[in-house]
Design a binder for this molecule. Structure first.
Ligand SMILES: Cc1ncc(COP(=O)(O)O)c(C=O)c1O
Length: 487
């Protein structure tokens, strides 16, 4: 059967991979309708959906069709069978891991960047997008308090930013043998992975203990660096947390900067999650000292309300990044335009790059910074309200003070006198009940061996009712689990 006969009205152009303008618009309109409907319905739906591999395989594993199907049918199938089977990271009661709630202009910016088919690799190939990336990176530079001469690039996320930062650190140190890196045991696994990728041997990736509030212990850092130097190693980078993913902890950034300056070691700050708190006065105070780091990674797809992928790496001296990554290639010789015409492919690991800066720019242009500041502040306020609720609750216990929107707590009624093992079982059961109950999504962490329930409250759509109702549900489930266990 000829392809066009299978469709009521031919939606394809002459070339087998084109569509007519009418069907392009029709399909795009339907896609937009589906997304707007999803946004409207989201608060009333579950915060998670998913299925086991066996089930999904039955539904989806198939050979690619030889002949195409009507595009709307394909779109509807994706919207029904594939796209909803996820944690809804942007659901107002999704508190697990690090949520993300993109603004609509940000979503459309990704669509536009794809539609204009931007390859944000070099100035020659994408001068407008390159200038815009300079603009948005300069906004970030000002927000974090970096001097002029600092710069950077957009990356897929915090993992890629930390990898680029470690490469820059290693090159700045002269690529020594026996390189070692240092970070708190609370640091994100992305940094261990990045260190492995640049070839740091496992025993030279030093994970150091923290204080009672999960901030890097400076004494441990000094001892580790001294020991390693005495053993002939070359410390090339120290990684600080500006919002550790477990607790939101902020390492002693000023002291770490003093130490790294005195020792001549590159300081990288992982602000993937917490960095955008710097747009508020409060956040700026909490993150003071961050601006002294050699490099900073921050993810706009976390606390700056953008779709994935919107990471960024900033370095205090942009030349350090270009020194590490610029490689001459004959086929790209036409792309060298000289001073002030950076090729972003010379600043990181990607040559072909999507145009990530556009989403931040379109969102900020649309809503203005005051709205972003309010939304970031609101996350911190809701987390503090949650802390106050937990401290008042006869059923719940805080496990560490709130930091940057993260609340770690557990079910532990004071008068029940439960031991650690029992508490772990109870809290795991409560977490499983919350998971299957589906109205909210909560995840857990381990704090000094204690099993903790954890909320990360950074969605601009989350209300106090969302937080309170979820805490009430946890109290109720906790009480039921304890009562059932005692019978
Ligand atoms: C503190 C922190 N650092 C790094 C990362 C890794 O970032 P990405 O997932 O964007 O690669 C995360 C991810 O959640 C994070 O929370």
């Amino acid at each position: 059967m000829a392809r066009s006969e299978r469709r009521e009205v031919s939606e394809l152009g002459d070339d087998g991979l084109c569509m007519t303008p009418e069907s392009m618009l029709d399909l795009a309109r339907r896609a937009a309708e589906l997304l707007v409907e999803r946004t409207e319905n989201l608060p009333g739906e579950g915060a998670w959906d998913g299925d086991f591999q066996q089930e999904l395989e039955k539904q989806l594993m198939e050979a690619p069709p030889e002949e195409g199907r009507p595009a709307k049918e394909v779109l509807e199938r994706a919207a029904r069978e594939i796209l909803p089977l996820t944690g809804r990271n942007d659901h107002p009661r999704f508190f697990g891991f690090i949520p993300s709630s993109p603004t609509w202009p940000g979503v459309l910016a990704d669509f536009m960047a794809s539609g204009f088919h931007i390859n944000q690799c070099t100035w020659l190939v994408a001068s407008g997008p390159s200038q815009l990336e300079l603009v948005v990176i300069d906004w970030f530079r000002r927000w974090i308090g970096y001097p002029e001469g600092a710069g950077g690039l957009f990356t897929s996320g915090g993992s890629a930013a930390s990898l680029d930062a470690f490469v820059a650190a290693r090159e700045a140190a002269g690529h020594p043998d026996g390189a070692s890196v240092y970070m708190a045991d609370q640091s994100h696994s992305a940094h261990v992975r990045a260190a492995r990728i640049i070839g740091i041997r496992p025993e030279r990736i030093r994970l150091l203990p923290c204080d009672a509030r999960f901030r890097l212990d400076m004494g441990a850092l000094e001892r580790a660096v001294n020991e390693d130097r005495a053993a002939g190693l070359h410390p090339i980078a120290v990684c600080a947390n500006a919002g550790a993913s477990s607790t939101g902890a902020i390492d002693p950034l000023g002291e770490m900067a003093d130490f790294c300056e005195a020792q001549g070691i590159w300081l990288h700050v992982d602000a993937a999650y917490g960095g955008f708190a710097a747009v508020t006065e409060r956040g700026k105070e909490l993150l003071a000292g961050m601006e002294r780091a050699d490099s900073i990674g921050m993810d706009a797809h976390k606390w700056f309300f953008q779709p994935y992928e919107a990471g960024a790496l900033l370095v205090k001296d942009v030349k350090t990044l270009e020194h590490a990554f610029a490689v001459r290639h004959d086929i790209l010789q036409d792309t060298i335009w000289g001073a002030n015409h950076p090729n972003f492919s010379d600043r990181g690991l990607q040559l072909s790059r999507s145009f990530r800066a556009l989403k931040v720019w379109m969102s900020v242009q649309t809503f203005g910074m005051a709205a972003f500041r309010r939304a970031v502040s609101r996350g911190m306020e809701l987390a503090e309200q949650a802390e106050a609720y937990v401290r008042e609750s006869p059923v719940l216990e805080m496990l560490t003070p709130v930091s940057l929107g993260i609340v770690c707590f557990r079910v532990n009624p004071a008068e029940a006198g439960l031991g650690e093992e029992a508490l772990e079982e109870i809290n795991k059961t409560v977490l499983a009940r919350i998971f299957w109950d589906d109205r909210a999504f909560v995840s857990s962490t381990l704090l000094s061996g204690k099993f903790a329930l954890r909320f990360c409250i950074i969605n601009h759509n989350t209300t106090w009712d969302d937080v309170r109702e979820t805490l009430e549900t946890i109290e109720r489930f906790g009480t039921e689990v304890i009562e059932k266990g005692s019978k």
